[in-house]
Design a protein around this ligand. Structure first.
Ligand code: IFM
Length: 455
């Protein structure tokens, strides 16, 4: 048996987002977001559900903070709902909305839990959507206003800020693939969105630095590192394009390298860039590359890249794909990709500090007759990913913390309530919270700053 001990000061936490847990979608002056509109249109969510009530965290936050305290959670990453604070997206502030986050922050600090705030976890006010949404450049300035207002109100107590969660989802998943709000299918709009999101990130970093003494600010990107599905050159090329599409398009400009040239050529060829990068203005790239203090990485699975449109690309799977190693999302469980990802970011981009801002899995384990939720597969998933992260730290990767997704089961966007990512089970009928076995396992990991694995 070997004990994997994490560096002193390593931070252990959990993550959630506002729309997925808060509910109270139209209370106390909150405006409407693109997700409120999207979920109320039939056909957009797998089980026809909405986040109208979700985990009712808006009313039960005290109980949730107490639960985190019992589980020894050190860091709580949550997002603010933009239309709760600025119902029209800019201008008039909804004080009741700000007060909610104010109370939450005070409650967390009183419980000894450090808040990490995400400013954008996908809740664009509909008023801004109706003016053109993220493909419109003005949305970036409105986001800077949200950063300004929120950090002025909370920055005396909250020192850790994440501007955006998963710009790939805001741009590609929502504007190219149409799976998330606003449900567009337009490659050019998706690339404009990506640019304006990155631009707004740079603007927000500057506001946060101005408003928050000792601020630590970063952005959370999601990664699905590609592996060629076979040894064919076509699949190798497909893997490179996938990483360009998913990761390098965001990382390169954030770290001062402009948009990657191979991807600009690729997007020209696909018709996504009919007028080249005409939406990039002088000075934008400097703003986007404004230095940050950390990079947040959200990792769940890898991507097997196959060049489907190549006629002689015969099936020659060289990587096993056992059905047992998939989560309820049908995502492959593959911890080694996390190890390689961390190394790639450290050695390739010289990222000064990294947090794993999300990692977790959906399994549908439910309470047994005695009320216990045994979620062995989640414990294995967390243990193996933490072991991969520990190995990367041994190479010098500056990993400062691990935030598990998610504190509790919640509204999984277009999948509704068909998924359960929580270490705490939520009974949506009664709103009862039941810590799963993984929650107790994680509590012990935190207490020991590590865990024991079999040799
Ligand atoms: O639930 C989401 C979260 O909102 C963003 N990252 C991935 C999670 C699981 O799909």
């Amino acid at each position: 048996m070997t004990k994997l001990t994490f560096p002193p000061g390593f931070r252990w936490g959990v993550a959630t987002s506002a729309y997925q847990i808060e509910g109270a979608w139209n209370e106390d002056g909150r405006g409407e977001s693109i997700w409120d509109r999207f979920v109320h249109m039939p056909g957009n969510v797998q089980d026809g559900s909405t986040g109208d009530v979700a985990c009712d965290h808006y009313h039960r936050w005290r109980e949730d903070v107490a639960l985190m305290q019992q589980l020894a959670i050190q860091v709580y990453r949550f997002s603010v709902s933009w239309p709760r604070i600025l119902p029209a997206g800019f201008g008039q502030i909804n004080q009741a909305g700000l007060d909610f986050y104010d109370r939450l922050v005070d409650g967390l600090l009183a419980a000894g839990i450090t808040p990490f705030i995400t400013l954008y976890h996908w809740e664009l006010p509909v008023t801004l959507q109706d003016k053109g949404g993220w493909p419109h450049r003005d949305t970036a300035s409105a986001f800077a206003e949200l950063a300004d207002v929120t950090s002025r109100a909370l920055g005396d107590r909250v020192k850790n800020w994440i501007t955006h969660n998963e710009p790939w989802c805001t741009s590609m998943l929502s504007h190219e693939l149409g799976e998330h709000a606003p449900g567009w299918r337009n490659g050019n709009a998706a690339l404009k969105t990506a640019h304006h999101v990155l631009l707004s990130h740079g603007m927000a970093v500057q506001r946060l630095r101005a408003n928050v003494p000792d601020v630590q600010v970063g952005i959370a990107l999601n990664f699905e590192p590609a592996v060629p599905a076979s040894a064919s050159p076509a699949d190798y090329h497909a893997a490179r394009i996938w990483d360009g599409y998913y990761s390098r398009w965001f990382l390169d400009p954030l770290y001062g390298r402009h948009y990657p040239a191979d991807m600009v050529a690729h997007y020209r060829a696909t018709g996504y860039l009919p007028h080249d990068l005409d939406f990039v203005r002088h000075g934008d790239l400097d703003l986007i590359a404004t230095p940050t203090d950390f990079l947040g990485i959200n990792y769940y699975t890898r991507h097997l890249a196959r060049a489907a449109d190549v006629p002689d690309n015969l099936p020659q799977e060289i990587f096993p794909d056992p059905p047992a190693a998939r989560t309820e999302m049908d995502w492959e469980v593959y911890p080694p990709a996390l190890y390689h990802l961390l190394n790639w970011l450290h050695f390739g981009y010289r990222v000064p500090k990294i947090y794993i801002t999300e990692n977790g899995c959906s399994y549908l384990d439910a309470p047994d007759a005695g009320g216990r939720v045994s979620d062995e597969r989640r414990i294995r998933y967390m243990r193996d990913h933490l072991a991969a992260a520990h190995r990367a730290i041994g190479n010098g990767v500056p990993l400062a913390g691990y935030l598990q997704w998610s504190l509790m089961d919640n509204f999984e966007w277009a999948r509704g309530y068909t998924q359960r990512f929580g270490i705490v089970y939520v009974d949506y009928e009664t709103q009862q919270r039941i810590p799963k076995d993984s929650a107790y396992w994680y509590r012990d990991v935190i207490a020991g700053n590590g865990f024991v694995i079999a040799d």
